[in-house]
Design a binder for this molecule. Structure first.
Ligand SMILES: Cc1cc2nc3c(=O)[nH]c(=O)nc-3n(C[C@H](O)[C@H](O)[C@H](O)COP(=O)(O)OP(=O)(O)OC[C@H]3O[C@@H](n4cnc5c(N)ncnc54)[C@H](O)[C@@H]3O)c2cc1C
Ligand code: SF4
Length: 348
């Protein structure tokens, strides 16, 4: 097993190469700080690799990723280590001694860092516990992320085009008994985006969105969802479905329309669930290694107040559900904090 040593104390370590981690690395690299970015996957980009289009503009997330990638490649200050995770952390002389492990070449590296940015992102809750929706049982029931991947593979338009599609939001969110009590913040918007994309691909399909509330605060968001409802003719039904049942090769979604006060039953070919956003399970261990707090759900949760004497900063979905633009803004803010800290430290 080979070992490599990075010994600059003005180096900043960034853990996670999604939009938050990439933007943090870029802003620090642009000011001349040495940055080491470690990413667990084989490629950088996090969720940007998995999404088909992004709200609210409808652009391809890979275009954004390509431009971030280009900026990264031309910056000699930034070292990228993919297929790499943090294996141990100690502190010495006010710096972090971080051991990393590469799962490909199996090289162990020791990085001495003056500051650390954690940007390990978000994932989705396992919704198979919601037996009433049949996820993992009926092949026609999938998650929103699986749906993005289907859109990327262009496998939605097949010989048997779905003639009706139902989206179910708040699965595992805002549910005190079996899921999480919090609102996952991004799913109202991405559900509207996905429903609109179904309309673009399947002009004759019937499209339903079962929702509890429409929580869409952001620039252009209201207009975006209105357009999906009014121009793209997606039917929004207020009510949490009680059950999804198979019938004659199709899926029956049963709910109560709580605005009309009537029971609703629709036959569809595809059901898309919007699961609660959760942090990656390993985030908890990483937080302990760097002495960062977590909330009861495992999201990183520590004082971001500028005067707090911190050397570890956090950004993006590992803190709580965020959209891509917010992840980038948080990444740049964390990068800015690290620049201020390191520059302050090296000033004579
Ligand atoms: C179904 C779905 C649709 C969405 N659609 C949109 C949309 O249309 N528009 C929009 O603005 N937002 C959308 N989002 C939200 C978007 O995905 C997030 O805003 C964004 O991914 C957050 O960026 P991030 O960098 O914080 O995390 P991520 O993109 O999750 O990146 C985190 C990175 O950290 C890496 N990592 C994790 N743990 C470790 C570790 N221990 N060591 C090293 N690396 C690690 C991961 O491999 C990953 O590369 C959607 C989300 C979902 C689930
Ligand atoms: S953002 Fe919308 S779909 Fe997601 S949990 Fe909140 S209310 Fe439910």
């Amino acid at each position: 097993m080979k070992s490599v040593m990075y010994d600059k104390t003005d180096t900043v370590l960034v853990v996670g190469g999604g939009p938050a981690g990439l933007s943090a690395a870029l802003i620090m690299g642009e000011t001349g700080l040495p940055v080491v970015l470690v990413e667990r996957d084989r490629i950088l980009g996090g969720m940007l690799n998995r999404l088909f289009r992004r709200y609210p503009k409808g652009d391809n997330p890979r275009d954004l990723l390509n431009s971030l990638h280009h900026l990264l490649e031309v910056n000699p200050q930034i070292t990228v280590l993919t297929e790499t995770t943090v294996s141990a952390v100690t502190t010495q002389r006010g710096n972090f001694q971080v051991m990393t492990q590469n799962s490909g070449d199996r090289i162990t590296r020791e990085i001495e860092a003056g500051a650390v940015i954690l940007a390990t992102g978000l994932t989705l809750m396992d919704v198979s516990i919601y037996g009433e929706y049949g996820y993992g049982i009926y092949p026609g029931v999938i998650t929103s992320l699986e749906f993005e991947e289907r859109l990327q593979e262009e496998s939605l338009k097949t010989d048997r085009n779905p003639s009706a599609v139902a989206f179910i939001s708040c699965v595992g969110s805002r549910d005190r008994s079996r899921g999480n009590p919090y609102c996952s913040k991004i799913c109202c918007m991405y559900t509207a985006k996905q429903a609109g994309l179904v309309r673009d691909l399947l002009p004759d399909a019937r499209i339903y969105v079962f929702y509890i509330d429409c929580r869409i605060c952001g620039k252009g968001y209201e207009e975006f969802v209105r357009d999906v409802i009014e121009r793209k003719h997606v039917r929004y039904v207020r009510g949490r479905p009680a059950k999804v049942l198979p019938e004659n090769g199709r899926l029956i979604v049963r709910a109560e329309d709580t605005l009309m006060g009537i029971p609703v039953e629709v036959a569809v070919d595809l059901v898309i669930l919007a699961p609660a956003v959760v942090p990656h399970p390993e985030t908890q261990e990483l937080a302990q290694s760097f002495n960062v707090g977590t909330d009861v759900y495992g999201f990183l949760d520590h004082d971001q107040f500028p005067s707090a004497p911190r050397r570890v900063f956090t950004a993006g979905g590992c803190r709580y559900a965020v959209g891509i633009d917010e992840a980038i803004e948080q990444g740049m803010a964390a990068g800015g904090r690290a620049i201020a800290l390191i520059r302050g430290k090296v000033r004579p």
